[in-house]
Design a protein around this ligand. Structure first.
Ligand code: PLP
Length: 444
């Protein structure tokens, strides 16, 4: 197959993709970013829209005057775009703006079952810590098992729902793993959850920027009850995230963060809270963050999410096919391309620690990847097959070098040429392991 060198029509939509950065030898090279699962660079359109709105930027909700009224209406109307993009129900669902996915999940955890330990929350073995830790202190949390390829077991999900006999109130699951890219069958999970009277929240941090998604409000069986995601992973930095769910779910109870903007009326001994979503958006809202997010959504819609998914899938297939034929590359999760995965590939080079591989890629050719356990320690421990005794050693000795993997994750602007540069360098490292191990030994 032949691919031209700048084989991606969407590259010009993204800021900084051709920027030169210094290498450790002082030479300059074009940066390659394969760490899009962590955060993506901004769309040019996002920066343009922020710049264009800046002359009108003003206080929201509490101010009078043209600019303030315009700012307030832009902020409020943005919720309609977000609901439409997520395929939510505009009549019943609300959008609560937060900082990121982590804050959204903490907010939902505060609200969901009123901190009742009798309430069981089913998380899974593959969750990011942000979709595990917020639930732990407040509720009884159990984890749906994964199989040897890192896939979640629907059988185990159902058997846990049966075991807890009506106590499971919520299944909280990632739309796709940030470690293996495996896309979870969330609609099947929703149907199982609803059958046993539970609700489902999808952590959309990874799926929303990469594949089409719909909360399916008109399908009571497969409907996704709550959805959370982050702007900075979808080409819209500036610190905004989203929690979508039925308005009614946020009506009773106190907000987790209290302050300005959350109340209707206050005396020294009385508070009446505003209605959702304002009640859950304490303090001055992040209008520029919201403008960035709506702008990114418009650009993604123009590209078309089916197109985004296809571009990234083809690049993933190409890269995986090459990687799996390189001796000494160890792949984790699904070792071949399947349709139920995002453009995320975790691997190690045999006998080279993950952090050293990442450093070599960066220092030798300006390739950014992530290495470690990707805030999903239990999942990575399982994928690495770490015995319990070894895990205990890491717990008792924090100075031991940490286990982990290297992760490449694609964005819609990455190219086959970039993948080839990575693959060539990996082959070179493998051919010259002792040279690189000596050069990048941690003591150096
Ligand atoms: C699956 C998943 N959930 C949650 C998060 C947390 O996102 P944020 O850091 O934007 O809160 C991440 C971040 O990598 C993620 O990949």
């Amino acid at each position: 197959m032949f691919f031209p060198s700048q084989d991606n029509n969407y590259r010009s939509l993204v800021v900084g993709v051709d920027i030169k950065i210094p290498l450790s030898n002082g030479m300059y090279t074009t940066a390659i970013n394969f760490d899009n699962a962590a955060t993506t660079p901004p769309f040019t359109s996002v920066l343009q829209d922020i710049f264009a709105f800046s002359p009108y930027y003003s206080s929201i909700h509490r101010g009078s005057g043209y600019k303030s009224e315009l700012s307030s209406s832009v902020y409020e109307e943005s919720r309609i775009s977000i609901l439409a993009f997520a395929g939510a129900d505009p009549d019943n669902d609300t959008v609560i703006y937060v900082k990121n996915t982590t804050e959204a999940l903490n907010k939902l955890a505060h609200r969901f079952c009123s901190n009742d330990k009798k309430c069981v929350i089913l998380s899974s073995d593959m969750e990011h810590h942000s979709n595990d830790l917020p639930w732990r202190d407040r509720y009884t949390v159990d984890y749906v098992n994964i199989d040897n390829n890192g896939k979640l077991s629907l059988k185990d999900l159902e058997s846990k729902l049966i075991k807890y006999n009506g106590r499971v109130k919520l299944i909280t699951v990632t739309g796709a793993s940030n470690v293996t890219g495996i896309i979870n069958p969330v609609y099947d999970m929703a149907a199982i959850a609803h059958k046993y009277g539970a609700k489902i929240v999808v952590d959309g941090a990874q799926v929303i920027p990469h594949i089409p998604f719909n909360m399916k409000p008109l399908n009571p069986k497969e409907h996704i009850d709550f959805l959370v995601f982050s702007g900075h992973k979808m080409y819209a930095p500036f610190g905004v995230g989203v929690l979508i769910g039925p308005k009614q779910a946020f009506e009773s109870g106190d907000p987790d963060t209290k302050g300005g903007g959350t109340v209707q009326f206050v005396t020294h001994d009385f508070v009446s809270w505003s209605s959702p979503p304002q009640k859950d958006e304490a303090g001055t809202p992040n209008l520029m963050g919201v403008i960035a997010l709506v702008s990114a959504i418009e650009t993604l819609k123009t590209i078309n999410m089916t197109n985004v998914a296809r571009i990234e899938a083809e690049l993933t297939k190409y890269t995986l096919n090459k990687l799996k034929n390189i001796p000494d590359i160890i792949l984790y999760g699904n070792k071949t391309y399947t349709e139920d995965r995002l453009g995320i590939i975790p691997f190690n080079i045999k006998d080279i620690p993950h952090d050293i591989t990442a450093k070599i890629l960066s220092d030798e050719r300006g390739i950014s990847v992530r290495s470690g356990c990707f805030c999903a320690h239990p999942y990575v421990q399982k994928l690495l097959n770490l015995p319990k005794d070894e895990i205990k050693k890491y717990i008792s000795n924090p100075s031991l070098p940490r286990p982990g993997m290297v992760r490449i994750s694609f964005g819609l602007y990455n190219t086959y040429s970039e993948a080839d540069i990575l693959i060539n360098l990996l082959e070179k490292i493998i051919r010259n392991k002792s040279y690189y191990m000596k050069k990048y030994h941690p003591d150096k």
